[in-house]
Design a protein around this ligand. Sequence first.
Ligand code: KIV
Ligand code: NA
Length: 264
Amino acid sequence: RKPVTLHRLQDMHKSGEKIAMLTCYDAAFASVLDEAGVDILLVGDSLGTVLQAEATTTPVRLDAMEYHTRCVARGNKTAWLLGDLPFGSYHASPEQAWHSSLALMQAGAHMVKLECGAWTAPTVRFLTERGVPVCAHLGFTPQTVSALGGYKVQGRGEAAAQVKAQAQAMVEAGAQMLLFEMIPADLGREITAWSPVPVIGIGAGVGCSGQVLVLHDMLDITPGRRPRFVKNFMQGASSVQDAVRRYVAEVKAGTFPDESLHAF
Ligand code: KIV
Ligand code: NA
């Protein structure tokens, strides 16, 4: 397949062709995922919990993100490569966010993702004006789990208006992709219908432009409890490659996630 570009992702959003995204942290998996047709590889700071056995993603450092981004970039041929800016690497100033983004771009990222709120609008603008495509992560933001008081669904009831306002502010600041974690499915659908840019969901319902899962969650090798929106794609699969192909097929067909995985 031809390399996935921002234009292509934009076209998919407009035409309703679903976008399949998974996290990825090394070269071996990068080539498996790329060959299975995953559109976007996310070098997520979830590597803090998945690879480093930290309790949360908060302690992840930029040098780890850089290292894993380089590993994934070497194994990937055609997927769009998204790198997470870790906690503390973009909070001090837009200039700090620029230096951190530069490190990920030099390691091979095509786009950076940061966990956003109203306060990140100047940072998103600063980066996009300088040629760094930005994905704005909204809804539940794991890096600030302590401040949020736990793993809680965001944007329920009256809080929906605030989530929509944040999405609008990020798009106005130049964000070229939105990612929503743990919001009601109706809100995910509504924002996607409104959004001029692709909207990726994780626990955000089937109405988004695309879906993402943590790779180790969908392969069922994450120790401990998994979030309720996760599906084990190894069940009934003949290999890891087969599990990833099934995930891509279900996302593309709009059969993942189904209602049973999304009760909020
Ligand atoms: O780090 C990560 O894996 C993420 C996804 C959960 C969206 O940010
Ligand atoms: Na993340």
